[in-house]
Design a protein around this ligand. Structure first.
Ligand code: 13P
Ligand code: SF4
Length: 370
């Protein structure tokens, strides 16, 4: 297994930012013969360990297939949280990035939560250190603290609400209607999008996603000119110039829904290309085109694939089940405090199922089901 460097934005409290360097492991790619054996072994271990696989749309296609073949789920962050909480299995194997495992552990203290690779992180999480964030909150005590799911448990423990991209607009709109002013962290692009859409008074942390930040407005304009009939679907972690050109802006499940239901023959997709696996399965015959990236750093330059989501491999699923490795634990005082904003979001989602635009029933397992 090799490693690669990943540069990300590390904001400071005074509004400045610097580029910091992290790393990601690059898993070995199995041969076709090894692949079948790995899939069979992982399925057997999931059964033997009373475990269920909870996977994100961005992870390796084999893991997505394995999850669906073994009764698990492939979903966005909101649905992963709900599925893990509600599933009776005693072990959850969370294939995604660390904050997703932590959210599962926050919601299910009685379950063992394992991850194929515990070092799979997220630039938004890295770019929002708990101490600096606490100082930001302390300096703005009159604001309601709303954090994105892509944060550590310690950051969630300082929040009033947690949101995912599926439900962020509805919750902030609800808070703004009550006259609340918002402190938002960590993604500046998602925060800016929500502020523009809702008109809410939002003070933004300055973080960014290394994948979505690299989608570029000018290159997208040129690509759209070549494909005038294509529908443009964009995740709101993307920069404003990209979001401004979107026909559909939404969470991963909302973008998937847009491609399945859309009547256009072509789709320009501005999100991690791991989602193409499920899009191809559920919308065969549609042409999917990656939105252009033009990164300047050693991040995910022109690959549109999250280096940390890419750390998830079927071999890692086997490893964590065989050895009990990759176990996520959250200290109990942090967990109980972080549970408050997470449960608030889930209670809001249950009370307002219509607010999750992606509520897509019938065709896609575990996609926005209440
Ligand atoms: P979703 O909640 O839309 O799946 O997004 C998670 C994420 O990390 C996007 O980069
Ligand atoms: Fe984080 Fe971006 Fe990776 Fe999503 S795609 S997990 S926001 S770094």
């Amino acid at each position: 297994m090799s490693e690669r460097a990943v540069d990300y934005t590390l904001p400071a409290l005074d509004g400045s930012e610097r580029i910091a360097r992290a790393w990601a492991r690059v898993p070995a790619v199995p041969s076709p013969a090894e692949r079948a054996a790995l899939m069979a072994r992982a399925a057997e271990l999931l059964r033997a360990n009373d475990a269920v696989l909870v996977a994100h749309f961005y992870v390796d296609g084999d893991i997505q297939d394995l999850a669906l073949e073994t009764g698990g789920c492939v979903a966005d962050s909101l649905e992963m949280a709900r599925f893990g909480r509600d599933h009776p299995a005693s072990t959850l194997v969370v294939a995604g990035v660390r904050f997703m495992g932590e959210t599962a552990a926050i919601l299910s203290p009685g379950k063992r939560v394992l991850m194929p690779d515990l070092d799979a992180t997220c630039s938004l999480d890295l770019g929002c250190p708990p101490d600096e964030f606490a100082a930001f909150c302390d300096a703005n005590p009159d604001r309601t603290v709303v954090v994105y799911a892509n944060t550590s448990a310690a950051v969630k423990a300082r929040a009033d609400w947690m949101v995912t991209s599926s439900i962020a607009l509805a919750i902030v709109r609800h808070l703004a209607a009550r006259g609340e002013r918002i402190l938002w962290a960590p993604d500046r692009h998602l925060g800016g999008y929500i502020a523009r859409e809702t008109g809410a008074d939002m003070l933004l942390w300055n973080g960014a996603c290394v994948v979505h930040e690299e989608f570029k407005g000018l290159e997208l304009e040129l690509l759209r000119a070549e494909h005038p009939d294509a529908l443009v679907v964009v995740h709101p972690e993307s920069p404003e110039a990209v979001v401004a050109q979107a026909d559909v802006v939404g969470s991963t499940s909302q973008l998937l829904k847009a491609v399945i239901e859309g009547d256009a023959p072509e789709y320009i997709v501005a999100t991690d290309n791991g989602i193409f696996h499920r899009m191809r399965q559920l919308a065969p015959g549609k042409t999917l085109i990656e939105a252009p990236t033009a990164g300047a750093g050693a991040t995910c330059k022109s690959c549109a694939h999250c280096p940390w989501m890419a750390m998830n491999a079927v071999a890692g699923v086997i490893d964590c089940l065989e050895r009990g490795s990759g176990e996520i634990t959250v200290p109990e005082p942090v967990r109980t405090r972080a549970l408050v904003p997470v449960e608030r979001m889930l209670a809001f989602a249950a009370a307002h199922p219509e607010s999750i635009v992606a509520a897509y029933r019938g065709h896609v397992p575990h996609l926005g089901s209440a």
